[in-house]
Write a protein that binds this ligand. Sequence first.
Ligand code: HEM
Length: 220
Amino acid sequence: MDSTATTPFSTLIRTASHEQHTEAESSTFMGDMLGGRLGVEAYTRYTEQLWFVYRALEDGAQSLREDPVAGPFIQPELMRAGELERDLTHLRGEGWREGLEPLPATAAYAARVAECAREWPAGYIAHHYTRYLGDLSGGQIIRGTAEKTWGFDRKGDGVRFYVFEQIPNPAAFKRDYRELLDAVNADDLEKQRVMDECKRAFALNTAVFRELGEVFPLSA
Ligand code: HEM
């Protein structure tokens, strides 16, 4: 029997993106950052890129609140743009936004998120899943490294993006989130398209890491 019909969608989407996850995880930039080999400027540039992506995700979320497919995923406790703005104020100062431009890969990523939000709510879910479930998982490893490497206060300014104040139990939240995925009202073909979009979301992240890696080649 077609496994799409029998396997929970949360399992399908995780399995479908497994290879891309490994690729993103093992990108040179991520490896250098998590290995403590990069300076705070690299971390700041990365945080700036995230701001463009979350602005697209969360601007898009506004119009999707009532959407029958994407609506249930729009949860205020996930919203990150405000936290990124606080982190950037800490990292760069009040004028952090002046002259700030996304890297080309970031602009392409944000544009695709915005396009899905406008035209394809199920596709938007792929982007929502890729970022927020990742932030609740591996994001916590990045936070720990950032605190240790660049001396941010534990869960304080500079790493607030990774701190979900209103999600005291991430494991339980992720369980509920997977139930939402399993309940998505879409046929097998549409689910397949969402899985493909998820792979694309990972590839868009990897492209941002690649460009950041070009800006911050490891000199050590
Ligand atoms: C070096 C960086 C990374 C590390 C160390 C890491 C680590 C992890 C770990 C340990 C989990 C499993 C958590 C669990 O089962 O509860 C996970 C899940 C996940 N990660 Fe990552 N990750 C990294 C990068 C990324 C990136 C760049 C993305 C995408 C932008 C991402 C997206 C996800 C997603 C969507 C999940 C949830 C999978 C699921 O259970 O459905 N991760 N990550």
